[in-house]
Design a protein around this ligand. Structure first.
Ligand code: NDP
Length: 249
């Protein structure tokens, strides 16, 4: 256990997060699964049994990623208990879709706080530690809609595009220490977030995707796993798009 690499994954109990946790477990990491404070130990136990996750290889951490002080305390306490953090995946996210004419300040701020400010909250207390260790991987989950924009998602696209600019900038700052900072930008993926969409909207999205289907959470997780792997040590400041050809940058 002591020699395992430590990966912290936010939004761990969500659709994509679950697949990332499963992938890291199979890659031999000890995973700190960050769940929102809406969850508790029994949710975590249920999730482990539902997804066949060995709870001795995954530790739950209940945390509101919009709370900067709580994130700082949590990162410090993980480093104190495990001596290090090798990988951080900023995956927690929400949507509050609305045409901009109807978008209110709450919809704007909730999305920016949860998708973008959370990345600052989690990464800032960890970055100096990774640089000091001369190793570390930061992987931020953006979206195709952060790359191309989307009607009704000015808030979400702003947050997701912000993750890309942030990652390129931080990549410069981490490069000498061998700390890489990259983005994974999935297209529409089969998760609860997408299951909330209207059937006809989803069908029209699939029809626009050259591959005519959604991504699977496993495909996103495999991309994250690659960026965390030794083979990706020279990739930094990059955005790996995973969208079935929907948007080619
Ligand atoms: P889910 O809704 O399944 O998961 C999102 C997770 O984020 C949830 O587990 C949720 O916790 C957590 N979360 C939300 N708010 C907070 C908070 N304040 N503090 C801590 N955790 C929080 O979505 P997906 O798995 O689909 O999405 C994962 C990421 O991938 C998101 O960043 C999303 O924007 C991005 N993405 C998704 C795509 C898709 O089509 N699904 C496409 C492109 C990008 P809880 O469950 O406890 O509420």
């Amino acid at each position: 256990m002591e020699n395992k690499k430590i990966a912290v994954v936010t939004g761990a109990l969500g659709g994509i997060g679950t697949a990332i946790v499963q992938q890291f477990v199979s890659d031999n990491y000890l995973v700190i699964a960050v769940a929102s404070t809406r969850r508790n130990e029994s949710d975590f136990d249920r999730w482990c049994s539902e997804y066949n996750i060995n709870p001795s290889l995954v530790e739950p951490l209940f945390l509101d990623v919009t709370d900067a002080q709580a994130c700082l305390n949590s990162i410090e306490s993980v480093i104190e208990s495990h001596g290090k953090i090798d990988v951080l995946v900023n995956n927690a996210g929400i949507t509050r879709d609305s045409s901009f004419k109807k978008m209110n300040a709450q919809q704007w701020h909730e999305v920016i706080d949860t998708n973008l400010n959370s990345m600052f909250n989690m990464t800032q207390p960890l970055f100096a530690h990774m640089c000091g260790n001369k190793s570390g991987r930061i992987i931020n989950i953006s979206s195709v809609n952060g790359q191309k924009g989307q009607f009704g998602q000015a808030n979400y696209a702003a947050a997701k595009a912000g993750m890309i600019g942030f990652s390129k900038s931080l990549a410069y700052e981490g490069a000498r220490a061998g700390v890489t900072v990259n983005v994974v930008a999935p297209g529409y993926t089969e998760t609860p977030m997408v299951a909330k969409m209207r059937e006809d909207v989803l069908e029209s999205i699939k029809a626009q995707v050259p591959m005519q289907r959604l991504a699977t959470p496993l495909e996103v997780a495999k991309t994250v796993s690659f960026l965390a792997s030794d083979g990706a040590a020279y990739i930094t400041g990059e955005t790996l798009a995973l969208n079935g050809g929907l948007y080619m940058n």
